[in-house]
Structure formats: structure tokens, C-alpha cells
Ligand binder design. Structure first.
Ligand code: SF4
Length: 215
């Protein structure tokens, strides 16, 4: 049987899944080089998470909710906390991730919830069919079905993150330049400088390449 994506390696934080899906370079800077510049986006997120981070539980209409619940997966090499995990009377379990922005669909948020679901499944020996994202700004909740495709994407991302962190080499900036505008690590990363340097190198290679002998 093939090795599981994170088997035998240190666990990385669940948030790495979200960071990696946004930009592998961002993931490396945060988790290998420990850079974390605060901007309005990360600060807002941290404040909302801080509210959800108060561990404890509540029971309402038969649903028991555990806040800031530690979760992990040895198979995927992941660990972290779920903002909230709901235990329903019918036996179903929902991880709920709190987000500070308005209700939007981001694949990387879905991946993070799916990663939490896979951790809960491994810990509890149950199937988690659905998770949810709660958007604080709009006070709306969006359900995230934990599909076979999302599960596979989490497994691939977990494997890629472990490989990336083991490489000890900063990956290039993302091609999705619009993401850099809102990235909290923009000043540390300097993507424009890196891209300009790479363009210069490419131009240099073209200029100084020996011409092909046409015969
Ligand atoms: S600034 Fe752009 S390339 Fe750099 S870490 Fe952020 S998203 Fe990635």
C-alpha cells in the first residue's frame, strides 16, 4: 500500500492547507520561514478567530458545540483546531470554520474545512459528510459538502506541503498576480522584484545564447 501523504512526518498546521491553496510561496514563508506580516485581512481574521478560540462548549436545541477543538491526522500529517464542531442528536458532526469576510466562496476555505473533516474522521472513526463556513460580517453560514473531490484535493495538498517544507527552497511567486495585492506578506515577499529579476535573467539568456549554426 502507498504511503499516506503525511505519514511519518511532523504535523503541519491545518491553516497551511489554506495558505498553500492561495500561494505555495506564502505557505513556505509562513510555515518554513515563520514570516507573518499583519494586514487588515489577517488582523480581521485573527480577531474573529480569537472570539471562536475560547475553548468550551454550548448546548442548544440538542446540538452540542465544542469550540476551539484540537484535531489532528497522522495519516495526512496535519494538526490544528476547529473553530467549532457541532455534534447533532442524529450522530452527524459538522466542523465550522469562522471567516471575517462577507459570504463568498473560496476553494481554499472549502479545503480547510475538508481537512478538518478528515481529521475528525480519523480521530472519531466516523464519516463527516458536511462542514460549514460561518461568515461573521454577513452572519451567514454556507454548507460545504465533503465530496470525494475535496478529499482528494486535501490529500494532494497535504502531500505537496510536506514536500515543499522538506525542500528548504522558497518557491517562485504565484502567477495569479491579483492575489499579491491582498497578500499580507507582499512586502516580505517582494514578488514584483522577483518577477523582474527573472525577466532580466530570461532576457540575458536569450541575448547571450550562442546562435545556432545554420550550416
Ligand atoms: S505576495 Fe504574491 S507571491 Fe508573494 S506570498 Fe503573497 S501571494 Fe504569494
Amino acid at each position: 500500500m502507498a504511503d499516506a501523504p503525511g505519514a511519518g512526518r511532523d504535523r503541519v498546521p491545518l491553516s497551511a492547507i489554506n495558505h498553500f491553496a492561495y500561494c505555495p510561496r506564502r505557505c513556505y514563508l509562513i510555515h518554513a520561514e515563520r514570516e507573518f506580516e499583519e494586514n487588515i485581512h489577517t488582523l480581521g481574521g485573527q480577531l474573529e478567530h480569537a472570539r471562536a478560540d475560547g475553548a468550551g462548549h454550548a448546548v442548544a436545541t440538542g446540538v452540542r458545540t465544542e469550540y476551539a477543538m484540537p484535531v489532528w491526522s497522522d495519516r495526512l500529517g496535519l494538526s490544528g483546531r476547529c473553530d467549532a464542531v457541532e455534534f447533532h442528536p442524529d450522530g452527524s458532526i459538522y466542523p465550522v470554520e469562522y471567516k471575517h469576510g462577507p459570504r463568498k466562496r473560496w476553494l481554499n476555505d472549502d479545503l480547510q474545512v475538508a481537512a478538518q473533516a478528515l481529521c475528525l474522521e480519523e480521530m472519531l472513526g466516523l464519516t463527516v459528510a458536511v462542514g460549514a463556513i460561518y461568515h461573521q460580517a454577513s452572519r451567514r453560514r454556507r454548507e460545504v459538502p465533503i465530496t470525494a473531490e475535496l478529499r482528494r484535493e486535501v490529500e494532494v495538498a497535504a502531500g505537496a506541503i510536506h514536500a515543499l517544507l522538506a525542500m528548504s527552497a522558497l518557491p517562485p511567486p504565484t502567477d495569479q498576480v491579483q492575489r499579491c495585492r491582498e497578500c499580507s506578506l507582499h512586502d516580505v515577499c517582494a514578488p514584483e522584484l522577483v518577477r523582474a529579476t527573472e525577466r532580466l535573467r530570461a532576457a540575458g539568456r536569450t541575448l547571450f545564447e550562442p546562435e545556432e549554426d545554420g550550416g
